[in-house]
Design a protein. Sequence first.
Length: 129
Amino acid sequence: MIRNFFSLEVLKEKFLFLIYKTNVFIKLLKLMIIFINYIFSIILFIIGLLVFVSNRKHLLSILLSLEYIVLILFFTLFIYLNLMEYEFFFLIIFLTFRVCEGALGLSILVSIIRTHGNDYFQSFNVLQC
């Protein structure tokens, strides 16, 4: 009778140990996924910055590279909020401001094309605007 009691205790301890190890493994796996997503986001962000800094002729390509950078920021923010199980209200506000900024950039582009006749970045004169 005593032997069965100890064997049940031992089985209980082993089971609890396995549950603990599984929880630790799941936490480590979650941290690895977060790390891989952030590394991926940082690489994409650096690529976007390189495209933005490189010599471009047209204002439209510069605006598109800025949109790409903000899209990567949105992706990173979405991954962070999703993995930390937060609400997505901030993403809605972020997208609202981003759409307003994109519309403002396109309206400036249209007004520059109307006044200058083209969108070549090198032909702009600050004194003329």
